[in-house]
Ligand binder design. Structure first.
Ligand SMILES: [Ca+2]
Ligand SMILES: [Ca+2]
Ligand SMILES: [Ca+2]
Ligand SMILES: [Ca+2]
Length: 474
C-alpha cells in the first residue's frame, strides 16, 4: 500500500482530495479483489476511480480550531476466503486559515479610578483571544479615536498594543469628568486581519477635595450685611439661613452646620442640616444690638473639609438704631486708607502746580528786570535814520535833517507814548518834496509805533520794574 498525502487547509470544501492510495494484491479473482476503508470515524472517505487506485477525500468541512490533525488508518481487505487485509496509518495536519476574529473576554469593561490619580497609572488590562494559529492569532490592542469634551481620547487614556493594559494619561478630576467611555479594538495579524471592538467605561470616583462654599450670607471685604431681629421676636424666630454648596458628591458633599462662636450663645442656634439660624429664647432689652455669629459648615468626607461664615445680626426695632450701631463698621480701615491716599495725592498735585507757577512768574520777572538793567547801563549808540536820497544832498557828508524819536514807557501803560518829537519833525527844515515825503513817512511810522506801544500796557505793567524807566532812543 502506497500513500501520497497532500496537506489540507481547514477551509477546503467537502470532496477535496487529500491523498492517493495504491493497493496491490498478487492473487487473482476474488482473492485479488481489494476493498479499502478507513478504520476510524473521521471526516474522510475513500473513493475508487481506477483498479488498485483509491483517493482519500474530505467528507465534511474541516475546522482546524476543532481538530488540527488526524491519524488516518486505511484498511485494505481482499474478498478471498479467509479474508486477508493490511492496514496503514498516516498523519494528516490541517493547516490554519484566519477564520476567527479576536474575542474579548468581556463584552463591556467597567472599571473605576479615584480622582486626582497619578498620571500614567494602569487602570485595567483588556484580554482578547484568537483561536487561530501563529500570526492569525497575534493580537494588537488599538484605542479607537473618539473625542471626549472636544479633546481626543488619547489625551485621557492610552492602551498598550501588546499587553492590552489601559493607562490613565492624566490626573482625573471628578468635578470635571465623571466617567470616560471609549472603544478598544483587538486585531489579529492575519491577512486580511480580523478584529473586534469592546467598550470600556472608566468611572471616576470622587474624593473629598473641595470644601463647602457659602453662597449666603455673601462675605465681602468691605460691605456689611446684617440680619435684623426685632426685639419682639418669639422663640424660634427665623433670623436667616446659611446656604452652602459642595461640588463633591455623596458624603463628601453632605453638609452640616454648627455655631462656632457667638456674641450670645444662649440666644441663637443653627440647624444642623438646613443651616437655619433661629432664636432659642425670647429677645430682651438687655440683649446687645450687635450680635456676631460664626457658623462652620462641614462636609462629611474623610477627612472632612469645612468653611466658616460670619453672620451679623442686629437686634433692634428701627433702622436708625441698626444704622448707628453698624455705621462704624462700614467705614472700615480699608476705606479710610483709600480716602487718605487720594486726599494726600490731590494735595501734592495742587502744591506742585502752585510752586511751578510761582517759580515761572518769579523767573520771568527777574529776567525782565535784568534786561532793563542791561539796557540802562549799556550806553548803546543812537542809530540814526538816513532818509532817502541822503547821498544826493549837498554832498557835505552831513545829515541835513535830524530825526529823533523818544519813546517813554512807564508803569502806567496809558501814559506810554511816542513823544511828539514827531511834531517837531514837521518843522524840521528841508527843501524839496522828498523831504516832505520822508516826513510824512516818519509821521506814519510814529503813529504805528504809538499804536504798538499802546497794545503793550498789560504786559508792561505786569513785569515792569518798580523804578521808572529811562527813556529809550532808537
Ligand atoms: Ca484569527
Ligand atoms: Ca483558523
Ligand atoms: Ca471631589
Ligand atoms: Ca467636599
Amino acid at each position: 500500500m502506497d500513500f501520497k498525502i497532500i496537506p489540507v487547509s481547514e477551509d477546503s470544501p467537502p470532496g477535496t482530495t487529500i491523498g492517493i492510495i495504491n493497493v496491490k494484491d498478487l492473487d487473482s479473482g476474488d482473492n485479488g479483489q481489494v476493498n479499502c476503508r478507513i478504520e476510524q470515524n473521521a471526516p474522510f472517505k475513500i473513493k475508487s476511480n481506477l483498479r488498485n487506485y483509491y483517493t482519500l477525500v474530505t467528507d465534511t468541512v474541516l475546522d482546524r480550531e476543532s481538530v488540527s490533525e488526524y491519524n488516518i488508518t486505511v484498511v485494505a481487505t481482499d474478498a478471498g476466503i479467509p479474508l486477508l487485509s493490511t492496514k496503514r496509518t498516516f498523519h494528516l495536519k490541517v493547516s490554519d486559515v484566519n477564520d476567527n476574529a479576536p474575542v474579548f473576554s468581556q463584552s463591556v469593561y467597567n472599571t473605576f479610578i479615584i480622582e486626582n490619580n497619578s498620571p500614567g497609572i494602569s487602570v485595567l488590562t483588556l484580554g482578547a483571544k484568537d483561536p487561530d494559529e501563529n500570526q492569525n492569532a497575534r493580537i494588537s490592542y488599538i484605542l479607537e479615536n473618539t473625542n471626549i469634551g472636544g479633546a481626543p481620547v488619547s489625551e485621557y487614556v492610552s492602551v498598550n498594543a501588546e499587553s492590552g493594559v489601559v493607562h490613565a494619561v492624566r490626573s482625573f478630576d471628578y468635578e470635571q469628568i465623571k466617567q470616560l467611555v471609549f472603544v478598544v479594538k483587538a486585531q489579529d495579524g492575519g491577512s486580511p486581519p480580523l478584529s473586534n471592538n469592546v467598550t470600556v467605561k472608566l468611572i471616576v470616583q470622587d474624593q473629598n477635595d473641595n470644601p463647602p462654599q457659602v453662597l449666603y450670607p455673601v462675605q465681602t471685604g468691605g460691605s456689611l450685611v446684617a440680619e435684623v431681629v426685632p426685639r419682639s421676636a418669639d422663640v424660634g424666630y427665623l433670623v436667616t439661613k446659611v446656604v452652602a454648596v459642595d461640588v463633591d458628591s455623596g458624603q463628601n458633599a453632605w453638609l452640616s452646620y454648627k455655631l462656632q462662636k457667638a456674641t450670645d450663645r444662649a440666644l441663637f442656634e443653627v440647624g444642623l442640616q438646613n443651616g437655619e439660624i433661629r432664636t432659642i429664647r425670647q429677645v430682651t432689652d438687655k440683649d446687645a444690638v450687635k450680635q456676631r455669629l460664626t457658623v462652620i459648615v462641614e462636609d462629611n468626607g474623610q477627612p472632612s473639609r469645612s468653611a466658616t461664615v460670619i453672620v451679623n445680626v442686629a437686634v433692634a426695632d428701627s433702622f436708625p438704631e441698626v444704622f448707628s450701631e453698624f455705621t462704624e463698621l462700614t467705614h472700615d480701615k480699608e476705606y479710610n486708607d483709600t480716602l487718605t491716599f487720594y486726599l494726600v495725592l490731590a494735595l501734592a498735585v495742587v502744591s506742585f502746580l502752585f510752586i511751578t507757577c510761582l517759580v515761572v512768574i518769579v523767573s520771568v520777572k527777574i529776567y525782565r528786570w535784568r534786561q532793563s538793567r542791561i539796557l540802562y547801563h549799556s550806553n548803546l549808540p543812537v542809530i540814526p535814520y538816513y532818509p532817502p536820497r541822503y547821498s544826493d544832498t549837498l554832498g557835505t557828508g552831513t545829515l541835513p535833517h535830524v530825526y529823533n524819536y523818544e519813546v517813554c514807557r512807564t508803569t502806567d501803560s496809558r501814559k506810554s507814548d511816542c513823544k511828539p518829537m514827531c511834531q517837531n519833525l514837521a518843522s524840521v527844515d528841508g527843501d524839496g518834496d522828498d523831504v516832505q515825503q520822508a516826513d510824512k513817512q516818519l509821521l506814519r511810522n510814529c503813529s504805528q509805533m504809538s499804536t504798538l506801544v499802546s497794545f503793550t500796557p498789560i504786559y508792561l505793567s505786569l513785569f515792569a520794574p518798580p523804578h521808572p524807566h529811562p527813556p529809550l532812543s532808537f
